[in-house]
Design a binder for this molecule. Sequence first.
Ligand code: NAD
Ligand code: UD1
Length: 338
Amino acid sequence: MKILLTGGAGYIGSHVAAALMSSGHEIVCFDNLSNSDATVMDRLEAITDTAIPLVKGDIRDGDALRQVLNEYAVEAVIHFAGLKAVGESVAEPIKYYDNNVRGTLTLLEAMRDCGVKTLVFSSSATVYGEPQYLPLDENHPTSATNPYGRTKLMIEQMLADVAAADPEWRVAILRYFNPVGAHDSGLIGENPNGIPNNLMPFISRVAAGRLDELSVFGSDYDTPDGTGVRDYIHVVDLADGHVAALDAITRTDQALSTWNLGTGQGYSVLDMVEAFVRVNGVRIPYRIAPRRDGDVASCFASPERAERELGWKASRDLDAMCLSSWNFERLLAMRNAD
Ligand code: NAD
Ligand code: UD1
């Protein structure tokens, strides 16, 4: 298929681009580069042996979207473009509603205008709010505790309405748990601007000596070692889940499908630190710090629906996640030194 990846130059989009290429799809990336840079396309070319077109543009620009949909005869869209920092969304909610909600609405209009009705959307486990039971399955009630989460919920609701109104749409909502790790090549991975909010990039930077120590946010949760438990999923497994979801919605007669992409396995913050130190032979100084506002004790998926309906299951373990994160971080340091 010919597939448009909004936000295709970002962390998850670039890994999905590589996975789609190796499954024989043709792709075009559309990104305003607000949280990525165009050099990722050169590294994707090194991985895939193919030059992937990148159109620099904003999803709030309907004309630019219509042009790329028509010019590349796009048949399906995978929609990653969005802002994702929870703290920033609390401080600047208008920016988040504008970028994520208005951006998605503009994309849906452009797709409708161009007759493209196949869409895979990047949602998040954040839509489950405070877990009422674990593991979280797709029927768990949804809620949000911050503007970022509310943008994901609003978009999910918009997609449900669109799919209900026109049965020709084929929409997949993918609820990601905690994507970590990097491509085996070490050429693409997660490289956030500024100080990372998320655990794995923070650990990598402490290991590299770019940050002094990790703050472990809370050690008095109701978990085996008192630190927060999450469902970390290797980004390459996550990427394969997109290929499987796209394949499934092109064959189903259902207009809307929702799948968790997680492993079903929870690890604590200290489990992550221990694994990273063990497999990479590095030091991660850390100290216990107060809980972070808005954090829950435990969050992990039931991946059963995806396994049953997509024939997809995450296969890479925690060691592979830690090895690939560190491999990416070291190659990044070498590239930056050049
Ligand atoms: P990312 O920031 O690396 O990638 C997002 C890309 O979208 C960036 O390249 C950015 O430049 C682009 N973008 C942002 N706003 C845009 C706009 N208005 N127009 C065009 N391009 C725009 O983030 P990611 O980690 O790859 O996340 C991708 C998607 O997955 C996001 O929607 C995010 O909310 C969702 N998600 C991510 C995680 C995670 O832990 N990384 C978890 C759950 C959901
Ligand atoms: C966070 C977001 C969530 C978003 C997801 C992916 C919050 C409250 N939630 O999820 O909405 O979908 O990222 O972008 O921000 N931790 C530390 N020290 C650190 C960083 C994290 O101890 O420096 C701990 C956290 O308390 C948590 C775990 O590590 O227990 C994972 O944190 P993080 O990587 O930020 O992911 P989430 O909080 O699950």
